[in-house]
Every structure is written in structure tokens, then in C-alpha cells.
Design a protein around this ligand. Structure first.
Ligand SMILES: [Zn+2]
Length: 586
């Protein structure tokens, strides 16, 4: 992989990691750092730390750390070149076409699909406003959706023909093979391809960056299925995207919570009514990935459920996910079987916001409506069993006790008994929550790690390290190698990126340790930087001499015990030499 390195440095100097992180999570200023809930592990008190001066992040909970590029890679699942390209666009740095260093076929295919999707979305949108799109426009109008809304959500129309998009793409010189990978066309049995979406209102599905990654189509007129989605591709995985999130982010932050609904029309209709903090799961059940995505923006969620049997099962599952993710969730059930689209059109925004405001905590809803009340002994026993399973899912002890109290009231069972039973069950069955906190201090030399840290933060002083030959005095081989690579890269490129120098998983503990130290280090007075370097270098050397002398002393004792006179002489010379060198040091 090749990048234009000076461009990377330019990007790094222009990007602001606090702003970047702020797009994915909510940060609060705390002293010289910014703090937020970590997107990489589950926590209730923020330990995800972002530092503006150093342009790095580090989580004291799970030990993830890095710079703006690494953050983007981790938080958005991008590859290194993808992250570079994304940040280049953001910071207005222009990358020469070839210099970006494509990550190979996979990246190229991804770009190809996103490109075709955009082209198709534009073509679908054009159809919507053409004479052919009349029926689709009428349909939207009947739902009180304006042209403005159609434009905002990039709605489109797929004509009622077998080959119209396919023809259009072919005319534009686009490979239909790639269109097939994007899920836009389907290979015909004999030969050629036909359009997947026909006679449908088209909803482009975008990721958080607004790239079109898939499509949904609602049939106009009779036919099955009512809703058709793109198949999975290298850019689209079911259950990993939330429809509307890219538009809803701002409103989610403003409102402090997110409303989760099911379909396209719910999101668009609510948006139209002025309720903009809404996303849709698009037919799939709520997944852990959905919540991982959402948690970056808010911990508070209102989820819509149907009061029917399927809705109850969905609620059951969602409750478990919310509890495991430590999110505060409330359950919204609309009256008379209506969906949000119908409801908001019929009763308006205010009635809808009232209902949302009054939505009970999902666990309360569960206890009241799902646990229900048993009449017979058998019913009560079954309820108790369900309640026990429910209690076992609650990781937080305080919360669990609260539920035990409520359930004991509901089922008329002694609290102490319930507590004992729940404790027995949870202590046995509950999996560990999140990742364990890693031991950050191994037997690495703190002095050596600290010098590496200084080199990273003040690369302009890196030549001091070289001139002093201090790496020769490193006792930790991996750190010595890293230091050498840093000097080399700095001389070659004029900057250092830890991620480029330590790209493998095996390097991760070392990398994280350096970031941790960097976040923890007090800000250095600029005039003291050189002095800090010099102190650190001197102490590393002193330590090295101490260690060498200790070793020699040990060998000498051994030689004396063995009565090996030659060896004694040899070692004594070495020792004197060493002491002389050490004296020169001071
Ligand atoms: Zn973390």
C-alpha cells in the first residue's frame, strides 16, 4: 500500500480529532481533555478521552487508543486508505488520484458499488419527476409528502419495465456485472441482466456518511413483495445500518434521544411532521450492531412496538439487547394498531410527541404487559421462571434490585426469596459485561516507553535521540526497534504515524500503552521539551549502565567461584571500561 505521505501529514495537521469524534459520540470538556462514553466497550461513566493538543484518543476502560485516522478506522470500520480519503475530503486536502493507494480489489469494488448506487439513485430520482413517475408522485402526495421531502430523502421511481436501469447503465458504459454485485440487476437465466426494482417507489439507503449503500422499493399497485430490499453486498449488511441515521444525527443530539421505528415511511412521515430524531431498522429485528451504532449518539432510546404477539417477541429481544448495552430504553405502543406514519398523519405532531413523552421504561412495560398476572399456580410458576430469566439479563445490581421489588409486587412473591433465586441464577449464568480492563503496565521500562512517547509528541526533537545513540541503551527490543523505525520514518517523511509503524494486532498493546501514557502526561512547557528529552535520555543510559554492571558483577562472582582466572581478568577489564564510560556520561 502506498500513500502520498506528505498529504497524510497535511490531513493530520488540518483535522481536529475532537470535532471528528464529536460526529460519532457526545463529548464533554473535562480539564484539558474531552470525555465521552466509549464506543468500543460498554460503560456508564465516561472514560473515553480525547485530547485536542495531541490529537489523540485513549479509553481508560478498554485501552483502545490512537489518532484521528485510527479513530475513523475503528469507529466507522474503514480501511486505512478509506479513512485517509474520507479525511482528505473533510479537510479539503486534494489527493492525487494514484497516490491514494487503493487497498486493492476490495476497496475498488466497494468504490465501484457506491459509485453505481449513486448513479442509479440519480436516475431513479429523475424518473420520479418524469411523466412516467406520475403514479409514484400521486402516491407520495396522498401521503402528504412534498417534493422537497422527496428531494431530501432522494426518493425515486423504478419504471414498470424489465430492462430500463440495465439499459441505462449499459449505455453509460457501466459493467452490468458490477451492477449485479450492487444488487441493482439480476442475471437472467439465458443471458444478460434484468432490473431488480420494477414499478416501485425507490428509497435509497444511506450510511452515516450519506453514501448510497443499498435500495428499498415499495411496489406501486398490486404485486409481491410489498417491500423489496437490495441483497447484501460488500457495502451493505443487513442489521448493521439504520435508515435515516445520517439525517437524524443532529436532531438526536439536540433531543437527547432517538426514536426507533420500522419502515421508510415512518421515518419520512415523522420527519415531514417535524420529528427528526428517528431511524428505522428496515424490517430486520433490532441487533447489537444497531445499538453499537446508535450508542455513539445517545444512550436514550424510544423504541416502537406492536402490541401483538410478534411485537412482544421483538420487545423481549430488544429488552435483552438494551439491558446488555446499558442503554435507557422506553417502549412506545401506538393506539388502534396504527403505525407512526398513519398516526402522525391522522393526529399530528403534538399527539405523537405527547405519546413519546409518556412512553414507559421498556422494563416497566415488560413487567406490566408481558409478565402479566398469573391466575393459577402453574401460571404463576411459569411467570416466575420468565421473570428469573429476565432478572438474569440485568447486569446492574441496583437496577436488578429495583426490578426484584417490582416483580415481587406484581407476582406476590416474597422479595427475599426472589433475590436469593436471582442471585443464584446470575452469579452462575451471566457473561462478563464488555471487555475486561487490560493490564497496561507490563514489565516494559517506563523510561523507554516515555522516550518513545516524547518522540511521538515532539518529533522535531527526534534527532536528539539519534545523535545520542540512546537506542543502543534500550533494554526492551521491541521498543528499540520501534524507536529506530521512528527515527528512520521521520528523517524520510518528516512525520510519524504510530499506526503506520505498528500496523499489526500483535503491536496493539504497545501502541495502546503509548497512547495511554501520552494522554496521562501533563502538558509540557514548550521550553522544557528539550530538557525533558535530555533527562529521559540520561536516565535511560544510567539505567543501562546499572543493568550492565549488575550483570558483570554476577558473572564475576561466578568466575570467582569457579576459580577461572582468565575470565576474572577479562571481566574486570570490562567492568573498568564500563565505569570509565559511565563517568564520561556525566
Ligand atoms: Zn473503551
Amino acid at each position: 500500500m502506498r500513500f502520498d505521505d506528505s498529504k497524510i501529514e497535511e490531513i493530520k495537521s488540518r483535522v481536529d480529532i475532537v470535532e471528528l469524534a464529536g460526529e460519532y459520540l457526545t463529548l464533554k470538556k473535562a480539564g484539558r481533555n474531552y470525555l465521552g462514553l466509549c464506543p468500543f466497550h460498554q460503560e456508564k461513566t465516561p472514560s473515553f478521552t480525547v485530547n485536542r493538543e495531541k490529537q489523540i484518543f485513549y479509553c481508560f476502560g478498554c485501552g483502545e487508543g490512537g489518532n484521528a485516522i485510527t479513530l475513523l478506522m475503528k469507529i466507522a470500520g474503514m480501511s486505512f486508505p478509506e479513512a485517509i480519503r474520507h479525511l482528505a475530503e473533510k479537510t479539503g486536502v486534494i489527493l492525487p488520484a494514484r497516490a491514494v493507494g487503493r487497498g486493492g480489489d476490495k476497496d475498488e469494488q466497494r468504490d465501484g458499488i457506491v459509485g453505481i448506487n449513486l448513479k442509479a439513485a440519480q436516475w431513479f430520482a429523475g424518473n420520479l419527476s418524469s411523466p412516467e413517475g406520475r403514479a409514484a408522485r400521486d402516491y407520495l402526495q396522498a401521503r402528504s409528502l412534498t417534493e422537497e421531502i422527496s428531494r431530501q430523502f432522494r426518493l425515486g421511481y423504478a419504471p414498470d419495465r424489465w430492462r430500463s436501469l440495465a439499459d441505462y447503465l449499459e449505455r453509460s458504459g457501466i459493467s452490468l456485472k458490477l451492477a449485479e454485485e450492487a444488487g441493482l440487476v439480476v442475471a437472467a437465466r439465458d443471458e444478460g441482466f434484468y432490473d431488480r426494482f420494477r414499478s416501485r417507489l425507490i428509497f435509497p439507503i444511506e450510511n452515516v456518511f450519506g453514501e448510497v449503500i443499498a435500495f428499498g422499493g415499495r411496489i406501486l399497485g398490486p404485486g409481491e413483495p410489498k417491500y423489496l430490499n437490495s441483497p447484501e453486498s460488500s457495502v451493505y449488511t443487513k442489521g448493521k445500518n439504520l435508515y435515516g441515521l445520517n439525517r437524524a444525527r443532529e436532531a438526536i443530539r439536540e433531543e437527547g434521544f432517538c426514536l426507533i421505528v420500522e419502515g421508510y415511511f415512518d421515518v419520512i412521515s415523522l420527519w415531514n411532521a417535524g420529528i427528526r430524531n428517528t431511524v428505522a431498522t428496515l424490517g430486520t429485528a433490532l441487533t447489537r450492531e444497531h445499538l453499537d451504532l446508535l450508542r455513539r449518539y445517545t444512550q436514550d432510546v424510544v423504541a416502537l412496538f406492536d402490541p401483538d404477539e410478534a411485537g412482544r417477541r421483538a420487545l423481549d429481544r430488544a429488552l435483552e439487547l438494551f439491558l446488555a448495552a446499558n442503554m435507557r430504553a422506553r417502549a412506545l405502543v401506538l393506539p388502534d394498531d396504527s403505525d407512526p406514519d398513519e398516526f402522525v398523519r391522522k393526529y399530528g405532531k403534538e399527539k405523537m410527541t405527547d405519546l413519546i413523552a409518556a412512553a414507559p421504561a421498556i422494563s416497566d412495560y415488560y413487567i406490566d404487559n408481558v409478565l402479566g398476572d398469573g391466575k393459577t399456580f402453574e401460571e404463576n410458576r411459569d411467570l416466575l421462571k420468565t421473570a428469573m430469566e429476565f432478572l438474569a439479563k440485568i447486569g446492574n445490581g441496583l437496577e436488578r434490585n429495583l426490578f426484584i421489588k417490582r416483580i415481587s409486587e406484581k407476582l406476590g412473591i416474597d422479595q427475599a426469596l426472589l433475590k436469593k433465586e436471582a442471585h443464584r441464577k446470575t452469579s452462575r449464568a451471566r457473561p462478563a459485561q464488555g471487555r475486561p480492563v487490560k493490564a497496561t503496565q507490563t514489565d516494559r521500562s517506563a523510561l523507554e516507553v516515555n522516550l518513545i512517547r516524547l518522540m511521538l509528541e515532539y518529533p522535531q526533537n527526534i534527532l536528539l535521540v539519534e545523535n545520542e545513540d540512546v537506542l543502543d541503551y534500550f533494554l526492551d527490543e521491541p521498543l528499540k526497534d520501534l524507536g529506530a523505525k521512528m527515527i528512520q520514518t521521520y528523517k524520510l517523511l518528516g512525520f510519524i504515524d504510530l499506526h503506520v509503524l505498528l500496523p499489526t494486532d500483535a503491536d496493539k498493546p504497545l501502541k495502546d500503552m503509548i497512547y495511554k501514557l501520552s494522554i496521562e502526561a501533563p502538558p509540557t512547557d514548550e521550553s522544557m521539551v528539550e530538557r525533558n528529552f535530555a533527562d529521559n535520555i540520561r536516565r535511560i543510559k544510567e539505567k543501562w549502565y546499572r543493568e550492565k554492571k549488575r550483570l558483570l558483577q554476577h558473572q564475576l562472582r561466578q568466575a570467582q567461584e569457579e576459580g577461572n582466572q582468565d575470565m576474572i581478568r577479562e571481566l574486570t577489564v570490562q567492568k573498568l571500561d564500563l565505569m570509565r564510560q559511565e563517568k564520561q556520561l556525566q
